[in-house]
Design a protein around this ligand. Structure first.
Ligand code: NAP
Length: 348
């Protein structure tokens, strides 16, 4: 297979850099193009933006000259890590011009004809792009991945959907890297918890219903379940933890629920996609796990760890889940979406 050239909209930003790093050595995708604002356009990446991640910037990416975010000379497949204030229009322009935009930005996630996909959970939602192209007269398309805390919640709930999810209460403990750079002021977060992350609770509630819902007549149909999220920023570098209580139509026993979590596999595993973790969910039986420092990087940051599954005296069952927010919750999620799309023939 010849490598598929890819670009990154917002390639100079914090999430853009996570994409650059995640794509290094990818067996299918070759990074050849970076787009950013006119502050960066015309400069090589190494001169446009300081490298914010551990280690050095990959040498090949450092030499790429950053372009304006205008369709034209970009590859057909572009990942988007655009600033949310400009992503709406720029992503639309690219899709209209025939590009496949695989976006990590929040802007289009909740539109009814835009797939919001977690490949192990709702790969069938990709079919929404046909309605999207018809509705909008686009040659290209926009496909999105969820917010970094939503992906941890939906992956851990997916194997339990068979028991009929009715109500969910989820409290997050979210790492500072989820706020980008420079993120939360050090004076606010050191030795502290900040019990507010703007718009995060609404995103978590609505995106979870959309992802766990279905598709009918070219539109996403949200799951008819009530979801309540409490979102908190904590003094952790990487890895979001979510404490979840769930009520079911048909309550499973703890052992049945654990078995469902341990057996959970999806299309990425069946198709052996390059970024797919062997096990999307890893159940940990130690009483004090999962923990972000010990568990977020499991399987290259692509699997979600689950533990502490037990009876809930208010709803039915409760558990704790943990995932890497900038890998499974951002760049890795979008790259796995693109791999799924390639395996479905969208990039032929
Ligand atoms: N940070 C996270 O962990 C995280 C997690 C999940 C989702 N997200 C989402 O991912 C997106 C990017 O977040 P981030 O933290 O990477 O932001 P960021 O570091 O501020 O980067 C924003 C990127 O957008 C570009 N940009 C800004 N204004 C532009 C314009 N007018 N035209 C073209 N490009 C423009 C910037 O280019 P210049 O360098 O030239 O300014 C930069 O490449 C946001 O939508 C955010 O909500 C972030």
């Amino acid at each position: 297979m010849r490598p598929i050239e890819v670009g990154i909209l917002g390639g100079t930003g914090m999430v853009g850099q996570h994409f650059i790093r995640f794509l290094q050595g990818h067996p299918w995708f070759k990074l050849t193009w970076l787009g950013a604002s006119d502050r960066s356009a015309g400069k090589k990446l190494k001169d446009a933006a300081p490298w914010r991640l551990d280690g050095d910037a990959p040498a090949s990416a450092s030499e790429i000259e950053v372009s304006d975010c205008k369709p034209g000379n970009a590859p057909q497949l572009v990942f988007s890590a655009m600033d949310a204030s400009v992503a709406t229009e720029i992503e639309r322009e690219f899709a209209q011009a025939g590009h496949i935009v695989v976006s990590n930005s929040r802007n289009h996630r909740m539109e009814k004809d835009v797939p919001l996909v977690v490949p192990e959970v709702n790969p069938a939602h990709l079919s929404l792009v046909h309605a999207q192209q018809k509705n909008r007269g686009w040659k290209g398309m926009i496909v999105t991945n969820p917010n970094c805390s939503t992906i941890v919640l939906t992956m851990s709930l997916a194997p339990l959907a068979q028991f009929g999810i009715q109500r969910v209460i989820a409290a997050t403990m979210q790492a500072v890297s989820g706020a980008g750079y420079p993120g939360v002021a050090s004076m606010d977060i050191l030795a502290n918890v900040v019990p507010f992350i703007g718009s995060e609770e609404e995103k978590m509630q609505q995106e979870t219903q959309k992802i766990l819902g279905g598709v009918a007549n070219g539109e996403a149909v949200p799951l008819n379940a009530r979801v309540s999220a409490h979102c908190n920023r904590v003094a952790v570098t990487d890895g979001h933890v979510v404490a979840v209580s769930v009520e079911f139509k048909s309550k499973p026993g703890v052992d049945d629920a654990r078995h469902a979590i341990e057996q959970f596999r999806g299309m990425p595993q069946e198709r052996n996609l390059p970024s797919a973790p062997q096990k999307p969910l890893v159940y940990l039986s130690q009483q004090d796990r999962p923990q972000p420092r010990r568990d977020a990087c499991r399987d290259n940051g692509m699997s979600v760890s689950v533990g502490r599954l037990r009876e809930c005296p208010v709803l039915d069952l409760k558990f704790v889940a943990c995932g890497h927010n900038t890998i499974r919750g951002a760049a890795g999620a979008a790259v796995l979406n693109a791999e799924l799309m390639a395996s479905e023939g969208f990039l032929d």
